[in-house]
Design a protein. Structure first.
Length: 295
């Protein structure tokens, strides 16, 4: 059976990698990008360049969208609203759960099927063994286009609610950015005394790996809504975070990156919490607006 035609809207670094994976797998590939010159290389390799978004949609039943954000994605789809019927729009643009639900409803109203996706890979990883994409939306729609989606990497369907892939994606990114904040603070502190970051990384890496073993036990406590004392009490964490701020100031290193974390620990302690799992409760408080039954 020949490979299904696919259109790719958006040829930034990620969209180009997605289009490249389509071409490499032999899919007749139509591309559109605001800056048309970014499609030159793909066209040389066999892609068809669409003059408009509507022409890109008209060319294929499967349409992959990967642009800066969902307001751009929606604006582009709006320009081609008359071509949405009968198509599966696979939106791999990073966005929020509410945006995904809104786009899913809009595509449905225009007679199309909608899958939202969160790409858990960098462009060079696309099509490789470590890449995977989170998808949400109707399972039946996903199964129809699975052979296309598998070209990008693993297919991880997280639920029929179209907002769930964005929720998972942003939660995974939260973990990554929290980790990066720690890296930056560590490197700034040691390099302020002339210690090479590369040398220090040989200590930081194993330390973080050892700490990561607490991930599952703490997650289980969060699920059990338990708040039992941990190996290190909250006041000890608060004192350490205060010391990071004081030492940072003395070293000429900004320590405000971790200030909100210290504030969270202090609020948790003031609320009578005794565990790291209890901090999640404090984060929930006061942030219920916009949550759905899935939150
Ligand atoms: N790069 C990654 O590692 C990575 C990983 C996972 C997910 N993602 C997600 O993939 C999406 C694209 O990211 P990227 O890395 O490819 O970024 P990028 O290289 O900056 O590409 C942005 C794309 O959006 C288009 N665009 C921006 N504003 C536009 C507008 N007003 N009208 C029409 N098109 C517009 C750009 O068109 P022009 O070329 O004309 O500027 C370009 O095609 C983002 O949602 C990002 O979060 C990226």
């Amino acid at each position: 059976m020949s490979a299904a035609p696919v259109s790719v809207i958006g040829l930034g670094v990620m969209g180009s990698a997605l289009a490249d994976a389509m071409l490499a797998a032999g899919h007749p590939t139509t591309v559109w990008n605001r800056t048309a010159s970014k499609s030159d290389e793909l066209v040389t390799r066999g892609a068809h360049r669409a003059g408009t978004v509507a022409a890109a949609l008209a060319a294929s039943r499967v349409v992959v969208v990967c642009v800066l954000d969902n307001s751009v994605a929606h604006q582009l789809l709006d320009e081609a609203a008359g071509e949405v019927a009968g198509r599966t729009i696979v939106n791999l643009t990073n966005g929020t759960p509410a945006q995904a639900r809104h786009l899913a409803a809009w595509v449905g109203e225009h007679g199309g099927e909608y899958l939202d996706g969160g790409i858990m890979a960098t462009p060079p990883m696309i099509g490789g063994p470590d890449a995977y994409v989170l998808y949400s939306g109707q399972a039946s729609a996903l199964e129809r286009v699975r052979p296309v989606l598998e070209r990008f990497g693993g297919v991880n369907h997280v639920g029929e609610d179209p907002g769930l892939a964005a929720l998972y994606d942003l939660a995974l990114l939260s973990g990554m950015y929290g980790m990066l904040a720690g890296w930056f603070q560590s490197f700034a502190m040691v390099t302020s005394e002339g210690v090479a970051a590369g040398e220090f990384a040989t200590l930081l890496g194993p330390w973080l790996q050892a700490m990561a073993t607490y991930l599952t036990p703490i997650a289980e406590e969060v699920d059990a809504k338990s708040d039992l004392p941990d190996d290190a009490p909250l006041p000890a964490h608060i004192a350490a975070l205060a010391n990071i701020a004081t030492a940072g100031a003395a070293q000429g290193v900004r320590a405000d990156l971790l200030a909100p974390l210290r504030e969270l620990f202090e609020r948790a302690a003031a609320a009578g919490k005794v565990s790291l799992a209890g901090l999640v409760d404090v984060l929930h408080a006061g942030a219920t607006a916009g949550r759905t039954a899935h939150a």
